[in-house]
Design a binder for this molecule. Structure first.
Ligand SMILES: *Cc1c(COP(=O)(O)O)cnc(C)c1O
Length: 361
């Protein structure tokens, strides 16, 4: 066995990503609040487009995604030539690491940041560098202090998952301006649509040469199962990423469903408003029963418990009530539970069950 072929360095250090649980053994009627999915699902228009997709399965898809890129650019006021589409924004993260982070290069992200940054950095053979946060919020000074001349990518989810916290535009612009030469700031805007009047960092991309934004149809568009995301960046960076993108990475039905979803901005607006209303209601209800959370800018709240044992026990109680939320020990937050904001009945059930757990019902 000594001559057995081995994976490249770093590959076996990659932790296997575990998605949110969706079942409780022996329980039929569960509410899944563990993957930040939109409780209302996608727009009807998108579902119809998906159905129509069945008629063209024999055809290869568009390799240049020009209609989808044009639709994205029109909704967001962007240059379609500098949009790249992927199999979820996860694939854009992969392209960035594959393209810019070689062995010996460093990929920086913050302590409670999205797990895919570390996974993609290791898969590219690069060195992941994790930066401590301050009270569950990314710390720009610590990020800058962690950068070296080997830093190639700095990932910042804004708002961040699983903390729900967010840095303001001025702070992000200042961070971009002070990064070392040859480092790219990647603004992960998976939850950008949940923030009123927020461009996800698009104007910063336009203003600078070292900023890329990633976005997704998985969250507010309710299309996590479809797997479509996109990136926006400077022309030379998008041109480089396009070299590693497989030509047929997105099926026709993915492209056309996403285009139809973009056309229904009323659905997006309704989901944003309902999320804000129920998120604030749930945060307040939990606070009143002794479970605080940071103000969240996304479609989940990070509920804090006294310690890991209490979080685990509350998770078990919620499961017994058919409510599946997310343990976040893998994000170094063992005393917290991340709870996706569901529809109103689900939020009421969560508040009731947590109160029960606290002995208040
Ligand atoms: C959910 C999420 C994404 C989206 O991933 P997709 O591959 O587009 O489904 C990206 N970044 C963060 C921080 C997320 O929470």
């Amino acid at each position: 066995m000594t001559d057995r072929i081995r994976p490249k360095p770093g590959i076996l250090d990659i932790p296997l990503y575990e998605g949110g649980q969706s079942r409780v053994p022996g329980m039929g009627d569960v509410v899944k609040l563990s993957s930040n999915e939109n409780p209302f699902g996608p727009s009807e228009t998108a579902i119809e487009a998906f159905r129509r997709g069945a008629h063209q399965l024999h055809r290869y898809p568009s390799a240049h995604h020009s209609e989808l890129r044009a639709a994205i650019a029109a909704v967001h006021g962007l240059d379609a030539e500098r949009v790249i589409c992927g199999v979820g924004s996860d694939e854009i993260i992969t392209f960035l690491c594959q393209t810019y982070a070689a062995p010996g290069d460093e990929v920086v992200y913050s302590q409670h940041g999205f797990l895919m940054y570390r996974i993609s950095a290791l898969a590219a053979g690069a060195t992941p560098v994790e930066v401590p946060e301050q009270e569950r919020s990314a710390d720009p000074e610590a990020i800058l202090a962690a950068c070296t001349k080997r830093t190639r990518l700095v990932f910042l989810a804004n708002p961040n998952n699983p903390t729900g916290t967010m840095l303001d535009a001025g702070t992000v612009a200042n961070l971009a301006a002070r990064l070392p030469a040859r480092a790219i700031l990647v603004l992960d805007g998976a939850y950008a649509e949940y923030v009123e009047d927020f461009d996800g960092g698009a104007s910063l991309v336009d203003a600078r040469e070292n900023v890329v934004m990633t976005r997704t149809f998985s969250k507010i568009y309710g299309l996590g199962g479809l797997r479509v995301g996109w990136g926006y960046g400077p022309g030379d960076i998008i041109a480089a990423l396009s070299r590693v993108r497989g030509p047929f990475n997105l099926a026709t039905v993915q492209q056309e469903t996403a285009i139809a979803a973009l056309a229904d901005q009323d659905h997006v607006e309704k989901c944003r408003a309902d999320n804000a209303r129920m998120r604030d209601w749930l945060a307040q209800a939990l606070k009143e029963i002794g479970v605080p959370s940071d103000p969240s800018y996304a479609n989940f709240i990070l509920a804090r418990f006294e310690n890991a044992a209490e979080a685990e026990a509350c998770d078990a109680h919620l499961k017994s009530q058919g409510l599946i939320v997310r343990r976040v020990g893998a994000y170094q937050l063992p005393n917290c539970l991340r709870i996706t904001v569901g529809d109103e009945p689900s939020c009421r059930r969560v508040a009731y069950a947590v109160a029960q757990f606290k002995g208040l019902r």
